[in-house]
Design a protein around this ligand. Structure first.
Ligand SMILES: NC(=O)c1ccc[n+]([C@@H]2O[C@H](COP(=O)([O-])OP(=O)(O)OC[C@H]3O[C@@H](n4cnc5c(N)ncnc54)[C@H](OP(=O)(O)O)[C@@H]3O)[C@@H](O)[C@H]2O)c1
Length: 324
């Protein structure tokens, strides 16, 4: 439970009986939730992301439908829940159960468990949505695909999923001590966070990347744009470094590159189904399990959120509400 009062935020545990906001909300018994960068923003003092003073956090969860009036989501369906105001302006996934509008509830493909689904989480959905956007744009298997923030949730899932789909992945990270781990996840090459900068004296860098998945934003995204090959694209989903983007029009008008915006929070149902289908075809338990940073109970959320803020996580932190 997150409670904000003026500049103070307290995190605590309390008895929680979920309440539907609308009569047709679906009740989901939660088996796993995940800790996302956005959860850390919601739980911060003077948060610009949190929109109410008191709520159950958690922007994603996976579990089983317990009550539903939606014929497409019958009781017993294994589902992933993410999107909209969940964990931001209404109660989210850090609980034993939650009510969610059915448009944010997606049945899991056969072969993905609820644990798999939360190793994937919003981060993995964002990673796969980025990959599909690049493929729609014409990404081929020639050349290198860059992933920034590679040890994080979006980044590590992007490395794993791109490699599983046969792409040659270059992982960029500020945590070079994790190079061996990134190679095991499928990175053909690991470079430092600052190694993306190239030919700084020129308007454009060397044309290096056949495509890129970026969740970092700021100067990193600007460097990626000036180093894309002719006609290539970067899928941008995040802002861990900065929300600002200072660039020129040269990458666009002389190399015909594209900046593809990725949003999975308000993505329509058809997009969610397409992304989860692709995840079901690409992700396996064997690929996903090494991405687990740790599995925690609700009582361990505060230090986990702090680790995420400090960028010291590797992959995904899972929350098991049954673990206390
Ligand atoms: N658009 C959407 O629908 C959507 C969906 C999900 C997530 N997101 C966004 O995607 C971003 C990543 O989320 P996440 O859950 O993957 O976060 P995360 O697990 O904290 O990963 C972020 C990674 O970025 C790198 N990083 C951290 N601080 C940095 C800095 N100052 N400069 C450059 N790199 C830095 C770190 O990786 P290295 O140490 O390897 O460099 C870190 O592990 C967030 O902005 C989140 O809001 C957006």
């Amino acid at each position: 439970m997150i409670t904000a009062h003026d500049d103070d935020v307290t995190l605590g545990i309390r008895e929680h009986v979920p309440v539907p906001a609308h009569a047709d909300d679906v009740l989901v018994t939660i088996e796993y939730s995940g800790v996302n960068y956005k959860d850390a923003l919601v739980a911060a003092a003077r948060s610009r992301v949190r929109r109410v003073d008191s709520l159950v956090g958690g922007v994603d969860a996976a579990g089983v439908v317990a009550t539903s009036t939606n014929v497409d989501l019958p009781v017993g369906t294994r589902v992933a829940v993410h999107g909209g105001d969940l964990g931001v302006a209404r109660d989210g996934g850090f609980a034993g159960a939650l009510y969610a509008p059915s448009r944010y509830v997606t049945p899991l493909p056969d072969g993905l468990s609820t644990r798999d689904a939360m190793i994937i989480g919003t981060a993995g959905v964002s990673a796969m949505a980025s990959i599909l956007a690049l493929e729609d744009h014409g990404l081929d298997h020639e050349g290198e695909v860059l992933v920034t923030g590679a040890t994080g949730g979006v980044g590590s899932l992007a490395v794993t999923l791109l490699a599983a789909r046969g792409y040659r992945v270059t992982a960029s990270t500020g945590s070079l001590e994790q190079s061996a781990w990134l190679s095991e996840r499928g990175a053909a090459r690991v470079i430092g966070r600052d190694d993306i900068a190239d030919r700084g004296e020129r308007v454009l860098g060397s044309p290096r990347w056949a495509g890129a998945v970026d969740c970092v934003g700021g100067a990193t995204l600007a460097q990626v744009l000036r180093s894309l090959r002719y006609g290539a694209a970067v899928a941008a989903s995040g802002l861990v470094a900065s929300a600002d983007l200072v660039t020129t029009v040269y990458p666009f008008i002389t190399r015909g590159v594209a900046l593809l915006g990725i949003d999975v929070v308000e993505a329509p149902a058809a997009t969610r189904h397409r992304v989860w289908r692709a995840l079901g075809q690409t992700a396996t338990e064997e690929l996903l399990e090494p991405l687990v940073d740790s599995v925690i109970g609700l009582r361990d959320l505060a230090p986990a959120l702090e680790r995420l803020r400090q960028g010291t996580t590797r992959g995904r932190i899972l929350v098991d509400p049954g673990a206390g």
